[in-house]
Write a protein that binds this ligand. Structure first.
Ligand code: SAM
Length: 367
């Protein structure tokens, strides 16, 4: 387990923005994807001439990434990375907390380093082990917040969020983040309610993809009623449901049956055809694709649609059941870039509702 104390620079103004440069970062992710995060961060920092190394335990749902030479690692923006859910600068690491009094050492530390906080989140990894700690995290957070309120530590005007991360009950990473730049979602997870009229849970993948990969303005401009889309590998229709909800006209391509309520909407035409051979009668605004297929085949298919102008934008899933998932991801994104032969706006993320897969948006670089 990681032990090296990180270098901590006290923020210049306790109510002002934090200097988020640390020599160690805590990364949270889907359990099982720790090594993909490690590879991604290693390449991210190598591209910025910084060497680093990761400490991880498989299936734990988190890892620590440290600079090789104790230099400061500038915090990457969460939306520039595919596999990490949160990237948090580690200010302190407590390794042997007394279960009878975990609060005192944390308060001591805060007293020495900072005197105003906006809020406090206490979290555990998103893993089976972490789930067992969720009830503890909630009650510890309530107790800590009550104590901080009593001592007037919390201020609406402060921008710093204290994030305490407990991998086990006696160990905590203390992270201080600027809440204006950090994820608004606890554990970096956007939880969505399953719409009862949707025919499959997959619907949440497209809903989350549209919310995470596009901005509010982009959704408004690019998903207008009356626009057209093809959904390749559409059955039973969870993704089509999302498009119909937004009043788009959908060509649903799949040999399998589509849900009756979608066909009754008058917005869906079902084509029982091979998604690799389907050709639309005219150019469409969107292609979405959730086919269970080799990711390289899907990447090439989407690139060819964008290239030929058969669609303007695409949002699709790349399934990653193989061992070398980071390499496969890079290969697919490179194929997209090369095959389209023009600058492409590519955004990729492993979403909360993605399992062994990632979701990618591709569109023209000019917007
Ligand atoms: C994961 S399911 C899609 C679920 C769908 N997105 C939803 O939300 O309900 C994958 C679908 O891809 C379809 N599929 C696989 N290969 C295909 C192909 N070559 N052409 C068309 N559909 C294909 C399968 O029939 C299956 O219905």
């Amino acid at each position: 387990m990681y032990q090296k104390p990180p270098r901590w620079r006290s923020p210049s103004a306790t109510t002002g923005p934090l200097q988020c440069a640390m020599s160690s970062l805590l990364i949270t992710c889907r359990a099982g994807f720790e090594s993909e995060c490690a590879q991604e961060l290693t390449e991210y920092f190598a591209a910025r001439d910084q060497a680093g190394f990761a400490r991880l335990r498989a299936d734990s749902g988190y890892l620590v990434f440290a600079a090789a030479d104790d230099s400061e690692l500038a915090l990457p923006a969460a939306d520039t990375l595919i596999f990490p859910r949160q990237v948090l600068p580690i200010a302190e690491h407590f390794t042997a907390l007394d279960p009878k009094d975990r609060i005192s050492p944390l308060l001591d530390w805060l007293q020495r380093h900072i005197n105003r906080l906006h809020d406090v989140w206490v979290e555990a990894p998103d893993s089976p082990e972490g789930e067992a700690l969720n009830a503890f995290c909630r009650s510890f957070e309530s107790a800590l917040v009550a104590r901080l309120k009593r001592d007037r530590w919390l201020a609406e005007t402060a921008s710093t969020r204290l994030q305490l991360f407990f991998p086990i009950g006696t160990e905590a990473f203390l992270c201080l983040v600027d809440r204006r730049q950090a994820t608004p979602h606890r554990q970096g997870i956007l939880r969505l309610r399953f719409p009862s009229a949707a025919p499959s849970r997959s619907t949440l993948k497209l809903e989350e993809g549209l919310l995470v990969l596009l901005t509010d303005k982009e959704r408004e401009a690019w998903l207008q009623p009356g626009m057209s889309a093809v959904d390749i590998g559409a059955a039973p229709g969870g993704w089509t449901f999302q498009l119909v909800q937004r009043s788009l006209r959908v060509s649903a391509v799949d040999n399998g049956p589509m849900a009756a309520n979608l066909l009754d909407s008058g917005l869906v035409t079902h084509y029982r055809e091979d998604g690799f051979r389907f050709v639309p009668k005219k150019a469409l605004d969107w292609l979405v694709c959730d086919m269970v297929e080799q990711p390289i085949r899907v990447a090439k298919l989407v690139a060819s649609w964008l290239n030929d102008g058969r669609c303007k934008r695409a949002l699709f899933n790349l399934k990653l059941p193989m061992k070398k998932r980071w390499q496969e991801t890079q290969l697919c994104l490179d194929i997209m870039r090369k095959q389209t032969g023009r600058e492409l706006d590519l955004r990729a993320k492993q979403l909360y509702h993605d399992r062994e897969e990632i979701t990618v948006y591709a569109g023209p670089a000019s917007g």
